[in-house]
Design a protein around this ligand. Structure first.
Ligand SMILES: NC(=O)c1ccc[n+]([C@@H]2O[C@H](COP(=O)([O-])OP(=O)(O)OC[C@H]3O[C@@H](n4cnc5c(N)ncnc54)[C@H](OP(=O)(O)O)[C@@H]3O)[C@@H](O)[C@H]2O)c1
Length: 333
């Protein structure tokens, strides 16, 4: 028997239950992983709440989570890529990101093709804190909009888990970064990760602030906040620029009138999904290799904002929903 955090229904953090759970021997193509650090993602909260992902209903009971690091303890038939003792990490399965969850557990079986062997330069906690956030930043920067020298980029919630990676990456590529943040402490953290300008968007109108800093508008907006920021963000983009909505921490973005894009000056909008990257094993492995290199060389720092015992997952969810963190949050089995 091992322990896992399961939900038997959708709801608030109180539906998270720390329960006994039996892990079967790994099947063909699977490896059993003893997990040492589990990354929490906002999508875990959306799965827990329910109603956000409408494609297929959840099957209960369900173990939350999509990302972790740990050690391979045994392998099933046909596995060649990993062997017992390997330090590994993974994020996402081949299905949609919110499906085939199961990371909030002491041990689990994972398809071996998803497992990435960790270089000695990375700790388990760094790995668990960077896979999904780094993959999301890679999805945006390598496949949607690549910041370049001379660009000004607006990054909403710049001190969030994904926001801090995007900020460092955009700076590394030579862009100037304006970051919105929910508090002066988060402004300090965003600046320490390279943000050139911070805007306290709960206190001031961020459109005015952005226009003061970059009068023609920004080349691109990276928006993981959604409902509260999306529509106004269109007014921050310069002609031919792009608004990338990658998340909905404040709620679902309302439908938009395409003519708004023409009024703004031939704008583009993109809504990337992480499963487009993680669902393709070759793309996922290439993204991981780049991230391991960038973090291993110290180009990006992965800020671990908080750790919680696995059994305290509900407290972690409460704190994330209260916007109390700046960076990655981990569960430790
Ligand atoms: N497209 C994809 O496939 C994909 C992949 C990964 C993540 N995402 C999405 O990207 C977003 C950010 O992910 P993350 O891991 O960086 O999240 P995170 O570290 O938990 O940060 C979320 C931040 O959003 C801001 N926020 C604004 N309104 C909020 C609200 N009503 N409730 C909670 N937070 C609010 C807060 O920052 P301030 O206090 O500074 O306002 C908060 O710290 C999430 O919506 C997530 O689901 C999407």
């Amino acid at each position: 028997m091992t322990k896992a955090i399961r939900i038997h229904e959708n709801g608030g953090p109180e539906v998270l239950r720390f329960e006994d759970y039996e892990v079967l021997p790994p099947g063909p193509g699977e490896a059993r992983v003893r997990q040492t650090a589990i990354g929490i993602n906002f999508s875990d909260i959306n799965v827990r709440r329910g109603g956000f992902y409408t494609a297929r209903p959840a099957q209960f009971p369900l173990i939350l989570g999509n990302e972790a690091a740990g050690v391979v303890t045994s392998v099933g038939p046909g596995v060649t890529g990993v062997t017992p003792g390997d330090r590994v990490a993974y994020a996402g399965m081949t299905a949609e990101f919110f499906e085939r969850t199961g990371a909030y557990a002491e041990e689990r079986n994972v398809p071996a093709e998803r497992l990435l062997k960790l270089p000695a330069t990375l700790s388990d906690q760094q790995a668990a804190g960077m896979m999904a956030k780094g993959f999301t930043a890679s999805l945006i920067i390598n496949h949607v909009y690549r910041p370049k020298v001379g660009d000004t980029i607006l990054i909403h919630a710049a001190a969030s888990g994904v926001g801090l990676v995007l900020t460092q990456w955009a700076k590394y590529l030579g862009a100037s970064v304006i970051g919105t943040v929910g508090s002066s402490e988060k402004a300090r953290i965003a600046k320490a990760h390279g943000c050139d300008h911070t805007v306290l968007y709960r206190e001031v109108d961020f459109v005015d602030a952005v226009k003061d800093i970059a009068p023609p508008g920004v080349a691109a907006v990276f928006d993981g906040v959604g409902k509260d920021t999306f529509v106004s963000s269109l007014r921050c983009v310069r002609p031919f620029g792009m608004l990338v909505n990658y998340g909905n921490a404040s709620g679902r973005v309302p439908p938009i009138d395409l003519l708004k894009l023409s009024e703004g000056g031939s704008l583009s909008v993109c809504r990337p999904a992480l499963s487009t990257l993680t669902g393709n094993v070759a793309l996922m492995r290439a993204a991981a290799a780049e991230l391991f290199d960038l973090v291993g060389r110290g180009v990006f720092r992965i800020r671990i904002s908080g750790t919680y015992a696995l059994r305290d997952a509900a407290a972690a969810h409460r704190d994330i929903e209260a916007r109390a963190h700046a960076g990655s949050v981990l569960l430790l089995p």
